[in-house]
Design a protein. Structure first.
Length: 369
């Protein structure tokens, strides 16, 4: 299937005209008097370290795996979940995570930390009913019509495990990348780009690398799609429509090369591309799940599962200060999704899709995401 090419944002197009000499077959236009340098074809640079980001991705992975044990009848320990969130009392099976000195909670947007504390308590409470069927008003297990899928939901049919996972992808990984590391405070021209710390590079280089770490891609992405984590995985899922893999990875490579070669204009262009297109990835991930949910309204288990994923992604849109979606449109989308997924209709889902699509100029591809 062929998809429209219109989703290259203005920021992406601006990046394509920036000054780079790449080691790939990119043919970037050269601006007179601008620095020239080679951009590696993979994210391979000297003094790169984003181990803290990799640790947090792994922590969310273990938390998600533990929560999913409730889908087959396990009762979750609320304290263990809180310990995993704040990395206290050695809660992880991977012992290196327990001693990493990193956690998810303190990197969650401060205004929603308590909200996620509540979700973790709520999923543990719901798991007390993990051996009984769920009904509207009663927590328990929803089973798909073909009997192959089982999901723990709360009394309103929300799969809290998915809400937590997708929500923290936004409140930690996306928020930290676009509203911290890719901002003036972390990569602005006033940030130190001269003092090299062995293994980490300059402060500006290191902050850029940390943003890349939260994307969850291997250094040779998108040629290599093995072991994709979180946002990189979703980028790959929506890539046939968005072409997001190349846009995002090119920007990560070019921006890092620009910083290492003191090309501040190139860095700024790359950061703008990442911020714009990562937000488009967030909304497209929500739309992807809504499209699936729209085709599964007759199967409550599947409808609840995909709506829970979509709601978690939509929540992520509010974690960027200069977001494209207005507060009013965001509220309309959340109202259409509702807080009781037994009551959410196909028409509601379609309305939510249309609101998101219109807000982000994705009408031409909304059915293909």
């Amino acid at each position: 299937m062929r998809f429209p090419a219109r989703l290259f944002t203005l920021a992406s197009l601006a990046l394509a005209s920036a000054t780079f000499t790449a080691c790939s077959d990119d043919k970037d236009e050269i601006t007179p008097n601008a620095p020239t340098y080679e951009v590696p074809v993979t994210y391979s640079f000297a003094n790169v370290n984003y181990s803290g980001q990799q640790a947090r991705l792994a922590m969310l992975g273990e938390m998600d795996t533990y929560i999913k044990t409730a889908n087959t009848g396990a009762v979750l320990n609320a304290q263990k979940l809180q310990n995993m969130y704040a990395n206290t009392s050695s809660p992880f099976a991977a012992t290196e995570l327990n001693t990493a000195g990193k956690q998810l909670r303190d990197k969650t947007l401060s205004t929603v930390q308590a909200e996620y504390d509540g979700y973790l308590q709520d999923v543990a409470t719901a798991s007390l009913s993990a051996r009984v069927p769920a009904t509207n008003g009663t927590a328990g297990i929803l089973t798909s019509a073909d009997g192959t899928k089982k999901y723990l939901v709360n009394a309103k049919g929300v799969e809290l495990g998915q809400l937590i996972q997708k929500g923290l992808m936004g409140a930690v990984f996306y928020y930290q990348a676009v509203d911290s590391y890719l901002t003036e405070d972390k990569i602005g021209n006033a940030v130190d780009n001269k003092t090299v710390k062995p293994g980490e590079g300059t402060a500006m280089e290191h902050h850029w690398d940390e943003a890349f770490g939260y994307f969850g891609a291997p250094v040779d992405f998108p040629a290599n799609t093995t072991g994709l984590k979180y946002w990189a995985n979703y980028s790959n899922q929506v890539d046939p429509a968005l072409k997001s893999n190349k846009i995002l990875m090119d920007a990560f490579r070019k921006g890092r090369a620009a910083i290492s070669n003191n090309d501040m204009a190139g860095k700024t262009e790359a950061a703008a591309t990442l911020r714009t297109n990562w937000e488009t990835l967030v909304v497209s991930s929500a739309m992807h799940e809504l499209n699936i949910a729209k085709g599964a309204v007759a199967d409550q288990a599947l409808k609840s599962h995909y709506l829970s994923e979509a709601r978690g992604f939509v929540m992520g849109l509010r974690y960027r200060k200069d977001r494209k979606i207005s507060d009013a449109t965001y509220a309309q989308v959340m109202a259409k999704l509702g807080d009781n997924f037994y009551a959410t209709t196909g028409a509601d889902i379609n309305d939510a899709l249309n609101l998101l699509s219109s807000a982000y100029g994705l009408d031409a591809i909304k059915g293909s995401i």
